[in-house]
Ligand binder design. Structure first.
Ligand code: NAP
Length: 312
């Protein structure tokens, strides 16, 4: 039986993907959304979202994403939960996607595959993953293993400051380890962090090793100015050192920058006509829910215009 070609396939179900789904569904293109392994994207790992317009009291991250999904579905978007794209062939249209081992065809493709947590790249980090090493304070901070314990947060940006501040609710002390002597975080976040009695800054320091056999017991740090080593005892290491775009499967087929962010030729258009991009996989500057949503809207409008022009 010949494979049916979808008009619009959207890879990813964060703010960018679901907004693209809403707009293309309302354009009666019945988009298919392949959610990947994290339906709703990274925002589902946040607690309260206070900077998405329209919610003066804030809104729970997961609730916001479920609302977006339901809104897109109401207009005819088909959301395929857990569906993961293993490979793509963008050499000709319709584009070919391998989704959970099956072939799918797409006349236009909107890539909104987001970004994942950056890792330190240490063997001990991989070995102790989920045994005290974590990348999400809001997901794991309240676990009994971290209660009333000293904890380490690594990083110096808004995420690290937010995580460190959040963890002071549970921990008896939070050591914030940063590789420089100045935070990258926004002024308000940095001030809040530096003014918190339960947070102790460890400046100019890098994690050499995460210690522990079956669970984290501490970190070995090296001061990059003096070369001095120190061990900080802790039961958890929260790594918040930024993100890497989820664009591996498009390598060699779409233009990207050195860090792997998909570059846009014009608007939401990638280097391949018919392939559009939105959200964190293409944006290393703003990385906000609202900007991702805006880019998703733009990608959907451009896909619709292309399909309309081609059908005339
Ligand atoms: P980020 O701003 O890129 O900061 C990453 C931090 O990790 C930097 O301080 C960096 O150090 C450090 N780092 C990077 N690689 C490292 C390594 N291999 N070893 C040790 N340290 C390393 O990332 P982010 O904090 O996740 O924030 C991302 C974006 O989201 C930003 O635009 C931020 O404003 C936004 N955000 C906003 C909020 C909010 O408004 N509530 C909350 C979270 C995030 P250097 O400083 O030395 O480069």
């Amino acid at each position: 039986m010949p494979q049916e070609t979808e008009q619009v396939v959207i890879i990813g179900s964060g703010c960018a993907g679901l907004t693209a789904a809403l707009y293309s569904a309302r354009a009666q293109l019945a988009p298919t959304v392949l959610t990947g392994t994290m339906p709703g994207g990274l925002l589902t790992t946040t607690s309260i979202v206070e900077n998405y317009p329209g919610f003066p009291d804030g809104i729970d991250g997961t609730e916001l994403m479920i609302n977006m999904q339901q809104q897109a579905e109401r207009f005819g978007a088909k959301v395929k939960f857990g569906s993961t794209v293993e490979a793509v062939d963008l050499s000709e249209r319709p584009f070919k996607l391998t989704v959970d081992g099956e072939l799918a065809l797409a006349q236009t493709l909107i890539i909104a595959s987001g970004a994942g947590h950056r890792h330190l790249g240490l063997d001990s980090e991989a070995r102790l993953d989920k045994k005290g090493v974590t990348y999400c304070a809001t997901c794991d901070g309240a676990l009994p293993m971290f209660r009333d314990q000293p904890l380490v947060v690594v990083g110096g940006g808004d995420s690290a400051c937010e995580e460190a501040t959040f963890l002071t609710r549970f921990a008896n002390k939070v050591h914030l380890v940063h590789r420089r002597d100045e935070l990258r975080a926004s002024k308000i976040m940095a001030e809040r962090t530096l003014g918190n009695d339960k947070i102790e800054m460890v400046w100019d320091s890098e994690v050499e090793e995460i210690l522990g056999e079956d669970k984290v017991s501490g970190v070995r740090l090296r001061n990059n100015k003096t070369d001095a080593e120190q061990i900080v005892e802790c039961s958890g290491v929260f790594i918040a050192i930024g993100h890497v775009p989820n664009t591996q499967i498009f390598k060699g087929q779409l233009e990207m920058d050195d860090a792997g962010y998909i570059t846009r030729a014009e608007g939401a258009q990638t280097s391949t006509p018919g392939v559009f991009v939105a959200g964190d996989c293409s944006d290393k500057v703003y990385r906000q829910a609202v900007t991702a949503a805006g880019m998703g809207c733009a990608a959907a409008i451009e896909a619709e215009r292309l399909l309309a022009a081609e059908s005339q």
